[in-house]
Design a protein around this ligand. Structure first.
Ligand code: ATP
Length: 235
């Protein structure tokens, strides 16, 4: 579904991605792990069209999307749930969900999708008129996930969905993400919580200092001595 070939991205003189390649097959959950500053968020931002590619290519269902605008990429079916949740703090829960589908015109289906999101996240349903900035961290994360789903994406990207959440909310969030994959939406996820992420994925990539150094099924990375030492806190 998604294929990145030799992607190079720069911020001024800093080369954040030095020729990254990865594949995300349809209906899979692919995880990108790596240390702070490795270039994980940059990879997702480049896919979304928020960071330009200096060279390389990004293909979505065989179509070159490098250089397309973020809004065009969203309309092709790629949604991005960014790090730090970034809900619209001054708007209500319901308004945030409505913003998530601003490209859609199918009003009846939009209502149905909002009901579906409220079914998945009853806490959001109870708070539909609450100003999003006053939600708890976990509730804001649910809202950010719900908002990304409102565009009916084919591929949904999560950047650090567990960041700052209490442990029980983290496992709930991961269950929801697995559920999204099981319902047929392809998922690409960046996650610091490496063990949980590797345990739940179909395939994983390890990014170090802008280069892809290892890939394989989650258990391959979990059993890799370097990954165990550097990312899983084991010897
Ligand atoms: P983290 O886990 O800390 O979020 P990351 O793997 O997502 O890290 P990126 O945010 O992609 O890493 O950053 C990759 C590199 O690019 C880092 O060296 C970072 O300092 C640099 N970088 C990111 N955004 C910018 C920017 N807007 N301007 C300049 N440099 C940037």
């Amino acid at each position: 579904m998604l294929e990145i070939k030799n992607l190079v991205c720069r911020y001024g003189k800093v080369t954040a991605l030095k020729g990254v390649s990865l594949k995300v097959p349809a209906n899979s959950l692919v995880v990108l792990v790596g240390a702070n500053g490795a270039g994980k968020s940059t990879t997702l931002r480049a896919i979304s069209g928020l960071v330009p590619a200096a060279s390389g290519s990004i293909l979505f269902n065989g179509e070159e999307i490098t250089g397309r605008t973020a809004s065009r990429i969203l309309s092709l079916g790629i949604a991005h749930c960014p790090e730090g949740r970034r809900v619209f703090g001054q708007m209500t829960v319901l308004e945030n969900l409505e913003v998530g589908c601003y490209l859609r015109k199918d009003t009846a289906l939009i209502r149905q999708d909002i009901d579906h999101i409220f079914g998945l996240f009853p806490r959001l349903a109870e708070r539909r008129k609450q100003i999003a900035g006053t939600l708890s961290g976990g509730e804001q994360q649910m809202l950010a996930i719900g908002r990304a789903m409102m565009s009916r994406p084919k591929l949904i990207m999560f950047d650090e969905p567990s960041l700052g959440l209490a442990p029980n909310i983290v496992s709930q969030t991961f269950d929801i993400i697995k559920g999204i994959r099981d319902a047929g939406t392809t998922v690409l996820m960046v996650e610091q919580n490496a063990f949980a992420a590797l345990d739940m994925c179909n395939h994983a990539y390890l990014l170090e200092a802008g280069s892809m150094v290892l890939e394989g099924p989650g258990e391959k990375l979990i059993n890799d001595p370097h990954v165990r030492e550097a990312y899983l806190g084991a010897g």
